[in-house]
Design a protein around this ligand. Structure first.
Ligand code: ADP
Ligand code: MG
Length: 697
């Protein structure tokens, strides 16, 4: 057996009780799990400070001196123990709020100690709360170098496993090894990338012998982590490509030709042409397509989807389009009907509110192939919906759909149909490679001509007057406006109240105009009616929550006011802003916030006012929030968590890892070669019994 798989309880000093805490709290079961529990930070303990050197901005200091006296203050839960400590250059207080009795008996006055901790100023005096204290070993004490700190949970601390305890466990883990740890990467990869051996990397990540070795260790472990994710994705998609035959769309026929010649109201942009070519390449290849189509809001993705659907029909197949909301589904339906008006194409709509009777006829027609294009919400994926011959599936604004829901679409024909996933939420390349690494990606990076970039401004709540004047002027020019309020579940009541207040305020300020209102708690029919009024320009102002965020198209709307903009993430602000600027007029977006803002929030507002580029915004979002938070990534599943690599900072390492993984999979897709046995083992271990991330993205 591989020594790394040793049960954690057998590491000296751990035992069954602490082992079960480690199992439960931080998923540490084996020696390897322990060694791969990396520190989150290092503190330089190679230097001793004098007390008189302490100043407010110091993160940590290490002092050598004596305690002159102990004192306790307060009673009960407010009790604290203070030790007056000096090294001859000044005094500092060491303070404990817990474990007072234990500390009081453990440390003595007039013994030389090394004290380590974070100084802070309290009542004009420096103190160090809960310091690390060690007996100074000898007159010529040699302080440690970089010292590792580990994350711990409350339950761990209750069971006396703190950062230092983990450090001790690491020490005894290395102590129990008789041999060097086995490698997890093949020799040729280690050579090609110039990595240090796994053993040295793990040792130095916990006990850095020098900053240089620490850097090499981090590089080795980051590379390995990203490499296995890429290897996994690439192997999986190579497998799928080898196995899954797709329908072949070999020809272009009357449907597309007549649409192109007679019904296309404008020239395609070059980006649209290029993307259609890429998709056509896939659908003619004999393999099943899984493609992600990225394009900023308004870049014309829907048209691309429509044309591909016509090609599917030219080859005898049906197509469907799934949208995340009823509003969006009906809007697509109307657009399709209008665009295909005098063509012989049968388009149908299926949503949660389609009546039972209607639904039954629809089911029958679908099965008989009498419907060419079905548009709908998630009602589409119900088991009762069966197609005669479904060949092409489009999923719009995909981040609202879970993986499992998407997988259901695959079973709607005996061979899986081609799948095109469309998203306007730009995904930075590093994230796309990691999360959607098995999807091919097409990008529309060009807006249709004549669009003017939306002008964005940041205003304070206290100064709404000028903003409302601006709003009035826009409406006088014949335009329409959105006013958006945040709404999240946790504060739903207050949020809804704010929206109602806002609606009243606007109604009073603009008695001469019609104002509509929309939020998620309204019945679908009500929402539909409010939206209809706005689309038809019967109402000039739409007061709503983010339900309008996705996909709604009202080209005449030229102003968007976002209230409490500080509560939205960057990507969401960008998405919202995409609702204006869809017509030929100059459009505006106003972000409204209070004066007081955190520096991150101020940064977000700045980015929004400076750029309209979705990719720049997505990168910034990733930097400000970290990948875990990005919309859409939570459920799409990186199969194993990133423990050391960072998708923003380590993008170069990621590209390198991808490249090496590609070479290996190209040469040996099933990892059958003897030199790849180690990879197969490691991959299986990493995947473990974690979920099977299925047949789709
Ligand atoms: P997306 O779904 O990418 O946000 P849409 O497909 O809804 O964008 O397109 C936005 C608007 O631009 C629609 O009104 C559409 O008719 C129009 N449009 C699409 N392609 C072009 C083009 N090549 N030239 C001019 N207008 C276009
Ligand atoms: Mg769209």
């Amino acid at each position: 057996m591989n020594i790394l798989q040793t049960d954690i309880q057998f590491v000296p000093g751990v035992g069954p009780k602490r082992a079960s805490v480690l199992n439960k709290e931080i998923d540490i079961f084996t020696l390897e799990d322990l060694l791969r529990y990396y520190p989150y930070r290092y503190v330089d303990r190679s230097r001793l400070f004098y007390v008189h050197e302490i100043e407010g901005s110091m993160p940590y200091v290490q002092l050598k001196g004596r305690i002159t006296a102990f004192e306790t203050f307060g009673e009960g839960r407010k009790k604290r123990l203070v030790a007056h400590f000096t090294d001859g250059t000044g005094f500092v207080d060491l303070v404990w709020f817990q474990g007072i009795r234990f500390i009081g008996s453990k440390y003595k006055v007039n013994v030389e100690y090394i004290v380590f901790g974070k100084p802070s100023l309290f009542n004009n005096k420096y103190n160090i709360a809960h310091p690390d204290i060690e007996v100074s070993p000898s007159a010529d004490y040699r302080p440690e170098g970089l010292f590792a700190y580990y994350n711990t949970t409350e339950a761990m601390k209750r069971n006396y496993i703190n950062s230092k305890g983990l450090n001790k466990m690491m020490e005894s883990a290395f102590g129990m090894l008789r041999k060097r740890l086995p490698e997890s990467l093949p020799a040729n990869v280690i050579d090609a990338v110039k990595l240090i051996p796994l053993h040295d990397a793990l040792e130095n990540i916990h006990f850095p012998k020098s900053p240089l070795l620490l850097r090499d260790s981090e590089f080795r472990l980051k590379f390995e982590e990203l490499f296995f994710i890429q290897l996994n994705i690439l192997q999986y998609s190579a497998n799928r490509k080898a196995k899954l035959n797709g329908f072949v769309f070999s020809k272009v026929g009357d449907y597309l030709h007549s649409f192109y010649a007679k019904h296309l109201p404008f020239e395609l942009t070059n980006a649209q042409k290029r993307v259609i070519k890429e998709i056509r390449g896939d659908t003619a290849s004999g393999k099943q397509m899984n493609r992600l189509l990225q394009g900023d809001v308004g870049s014309g993705k829907t048209l691309v989807a429509l044309m591909m659907m016509l090609i599917a029909m030219d080859n005898g197949y049906q197509a469907c389009l799934m949208a995340p909301t009823e509003i969006l589904a009906s809007q697509h339906f109307e657009t399709f009907k209008k665009t295909l008006a005098d063509m012989d194409v049968s388009v149908a709509l299926l949503t949660g509110s389609t009546r039972k009777k209607e639904r039954e006829t629809l089911h029958a027609k679908l099965l008989a192939g009498e419907i060419n294009i079905l548009i709908g919400t998630h009602a589409l994926i119900e088991d009762t919906v069966n197609f005669g011959n479904l060949g092409f599936v489009v999923i719009d604004e995909q981040h609202r759909f879970g993986v499992a829901q998407r997988a259901k679409l695959w079973s709607k024909n005996d061979r899986p149909p081609h799948v095109l996933v469309m998203t306007a939420t730009p995904i930075p390349r590093t994230l796309a490679m990691t999360v959607y690494g098995d999807l091919d990606v097409s990008v529309i990076d060009e807006l249709p001509p004549g669009r003017k970039p939306v002008q964005t401004g940041h205003r304070y709540e206290q100064k709404r007057g000028a903003m409302y004047q601006f709003l009035r002027n826009e409406i006088k020019k014949g335009r329409q406006a959105y006013i958006v309020f945040p709404l999240i579940e946790e504060s739903e009541k207050i949020d809804l109240q704010n929206l109602e207040d806002g609606y009243l305020r606007i109604s009073e300020l603009f008695p001469e105009y019609k104002i509509c209102k929309m939020h998620g708690r309204m019945k679908p029919a009500e929402k539909e009616e409010e939206m209809r009024k706005f689309v038809a320009n019967e109402a000039q102002i739409m007061v709503s929550t983010t339900v309008i965020e996705v996909g709604v198209d009202v080209p005449n709307a030229s102003l968007m006011i976002i209230e409490s903009a500080q509560r939205f993430g960057l990507s969401q602000l960008h998405q919202l802003r995409g609702r204006v600027g869809r017509g030929a007029d100059q459009s505006y977006c106003i972000l409204v916030t209070p004066y007081e803002l955190s520096s991150d929030t101020r940064k977000r507002m700045e980015i929004m006012t400076e750029t309209n580029d979705g990719f720049i915004i997505a990168e910034a979002d990733l930097k400000l929030r970290g990948p875990g938070d990005l919309e859409g990534t939570q459920q799409s599943g990186i199969p194993f968590n990133l423990r050391i690599a960072d998708l923003v900072r380590d993008s170069k390492i990621l590209y390198h890892a991808r490249e090496i993984a590609e070479q290996i999979i190209e040469k040996d897709p099933e990892l059958k070669l003897p030199e790849h046995a180690v990879l197969k083992r490691q991959l299986n271990r990493l995947m473990g019994n974690k979920y099977d991330w299925g047949r789709i993205s």
